[in-house]
Design a protein around this ligand. Structure first.
Ligand SMILES: [Zn+2]
Length: 326
């Protein structure tokens, strides 16, 4: 709108607003806030698109603008002829009501439950659940490439959960969730965590039951810097791995009561385990298949790698793993 007509519009608006009740003013404020949030959301999406140009279908960079759809620039690829926008082939494609995305991500930064987030931004609980996992699908992939120096590694276990599944593949547990046998069994999901002294943290869900040497190698080998010194408990799997990989290793014989040996201890990684479990408690049990998402969510909050809804949104826009890069 040009300056002159805009000034007239503002003048007219001012006169009309003066006649509104407090309640009516509140709903006008809501409408304006939603528009502002939508505009900001679309700008962030386009900003991401400009930083990752090229066709998501065939990766060709010979593309041209092809109108707008739902507020987003559409492009057409000259090589494959298909159209796309900045969200095509990301977990956020086809998610609607973008005006509510940033307010929703603010709820996630506050670790609100599905129900509480749904109430706060006025969406259905099922939508809230779907959004949570769509946003986490991308954001949980943001992780440091490497851990270095003194690296504390330890595993922790959670009782496996089929929350939300229609078909249980075992007899149901009584409420409260207690394992049927003592110790670590196939009823537990194993979470392996590596944390260096700079606070860089990596986690993996290795599967059911105790972690194996093979799993330790698969997780740690690609991410340990050459100079890394692995600090672990006395479990045989870590010794086997460090010997095979030629990584310096300091095992602590915790069974013999050795918890600290000079600068070597597992307090950082064990502290991380307990913060994760304490944080997870508010969700009253999460399904095993979503554990990687929750680990990623907690990691982003705990290491402060995501501190704003805007940053959360940009982290969530990634090509789906089935598409190799963009
Ligand atoms: Zn193409």
């Amino acid at each position: 709108m040009k300056t002159h007509p805009f000034n007239q519009f503002v003048e007219r608006l001012r006169r009309q607003l003066a006649d509104l009740s407090r309640q009516q003013l509140a709903s006008v404020r809501e409408i304006v806030a939603a528009f502002a949030s939508l505009t900001q959301c679309l700008e962030l999406i386009e900003q991401h698109g400009r930083q990752h140009p090229g066709c998501p279908h065939c990766h060709c960079t010979h593309v041209h603008r092809h109108g707008y759809a739902a507020g987003l620039q559409r492009y057409r690829c000259r090589a494959c002829g298909r159209t796309y926008n900045a969200l095509t082939n990301t977990p956020l494609a086809y998610l609607r009501r973008r005006a509510k995305w940033l307010p929703y991500l603010a709820c996630m930064l506050d670790s609100k439950t599905v129900r509480k987030s749904a109430e706060t931004v006025a969406i259905h609980r099922n939508t809230s659940f779907r959004w949570r996992h769509r946003f986490l699908a991308g954001a949980s992939l943001q992780r440091p490439a490497q851990v270095q120096g003194i690296v504390e590694v330890d595993e922790t276990y959670l009782l496996e959960s089929q929350k939300g599944s229609r078909n249980l593949n075992r007899p149901p547990r009584r409420r409260g969730g207690v394992a049927r046998t003592r110790g670590i069994t196939r009823q537990h999901d194993c979470i392996l965590v590596a944390r260096d002294r700079a606070g860089k943290t990596l986690d993996w869900v290795t599967g059911r039951g105790p972690v194996s040497a093979c799993q330790v190698a698969r997780c740690l080998r690609p991410v340990l810097a050459r100079d890394a010194l692995l600090v672990t408990d006395g479990a045989r799997v870590y010794r086997a791995f460090s010997q095979a990989a030629g990584i310096a290793h300091k095992p602590l014989n915790q069974h013999a009561g050795v918890r600290v040996d000079g600068q070597y201890h597992l307090q950082n990684v064990n502290g991380y385990h307990s913060r994760f479990k304490a944080w997870l408690a508010r969700f009253r049990g999460v399904a095993s298949r979503y554990l990687p998402n929750y680990l990623g969510w907690h990691r982003a909050l705990d290491t402060r790698s995501i501190v704003s809804p805007e940053q959360f949104l940009l982290a969530a826009i990634v090509a789906k793993p089935s598409m190799h890069g963009r």
